[in-house]
Design a protein around this ligand. Structure first.
Ligand code: IPD
Ligand code: CA
Ligand code: CA
Ligand code: CA
Length: 264
């Protein structure tokens, strides 16, 4: 894909994401259905589905040969990243959406033949749109963001869900050594925060491709490091663990975790 086509795709993704944000605000003004999916932590609403439908219709009409991988299953069953693939989380942070009416995001990651092209993460209620065009830059709304500066773990805020402390006790050492832990409940937004330097790392043990695709493009453009917990690249084809961080904080975190392994 040439530079002009990549830029057009990025512009289109930003435009549609803003439209999706307006659509969500309109829908929020009325009542909507809330269903529980696998367990009480996992909700879905009519709004999630209608946002995914909105992107599906737009993409199919404008780019009939592009494929869609979306959380609510309205796209294709995607098993490879050949051609152009839109990885869509219509609402990331649905629990926040339902309970708090804020702190949720629309997340889009676009890949071409497995390479990232564009990432868009839109915090609808705070009107903050994080976007990246691979190799060309990273923006918060209209403002261009710099690459991440070096940070030490002692001066770093990290983010993960509190439940992960029960899954991996080594995380306690990160609580001890960092400046503090935050939990926002919206993976895409937490990755956008890593990309813009509001936090230095985001950790999870169970994320789907749509949770991470948009944020991945942002963090990569900011010069941060993203991998699964074993240090392997993400495939964007299955659920995986995640360590997404400022580059040198990433190194410090892996050293701390490896050190804990050797003690055990
Ligand atoms: C969820 C959120 C949450 C994370 C979950 C995700 P959803 O996405 O990103 O923060 O802990 O693993 O599934 O379901 O609200 O799109
Ligand atoms: Ca969900
Ligand atoms: Ca999600
Ligand atoms: Ca979702």
């Amino acid at each position: 894909m040439n530079r002009e086509n990549r830029r057009n795709l990025y512009d289109t993704a930003v435009k549609w994401t803003k439209e999706a944000g307006l659509h969500i605000r309109e829908k929020m003004a009325n009542t909507y259905n809330v269903d529980t999916k696998a367990h009480q932590h996992d909700l879905v609403t009519d709004v999630d589905r209608s946002v995914e439908q909105f992107f599906r219709d737009k993409v199919k009409e404008t780019y009939p040969d592009h494929r869609i991988m979306g959380e609510e299953g309205l796209g294709e069953d995607v098993h490879d990243l050949n051609g152009t693939v839109w990885i869509i989380d219509p609402i990331d942070g649905t629990v926040n959406f339902v309970h708090q009416g804020c702190y949720f995001a629309v997340s889009i990651g676009i890949f071409h033949d497995g390479e990232p092209v564009a990432g868009v993460v839109f915090d609808v209620m705070s009107d903050e749109l994080f976007s990246a065009l691979a190799g060309e830059g990273l923006w918060l709304n209209e403002q261009s963001l710099p690459r991440l500066a070096e940070k030490a773990i002692e001066e770093s805020l990290l983010s993960f869900n509190s439940g992960w402390l029960m899954k991996d006790r080594r995380l306690e050492e990160l609580v001890n050594q960092s400046r503090g832990i935050r939990s926002y409940g919206a993976a895409a937004l937490e990755m956008a925060y890593v990309a813009c330097g509001r936090i230095e790392a985001y950790i999870s043990f169970n994320l789907a491709p749509w949770d991470v695709a948009g944020g991945y493009v942002l963090i990569r453009e900011a010069g941060g490091t993203v991998s699964n917990f074993k240090g392997n690249p993400l495939t964007f084809l299955k659920k995986d663990t995640l360590l997404a961080a400022n580059a040198n904080v990433y190194t410090e975190i892996t050293e701390i975790l490896d050190g804990m392994d050797q003690q055990n």
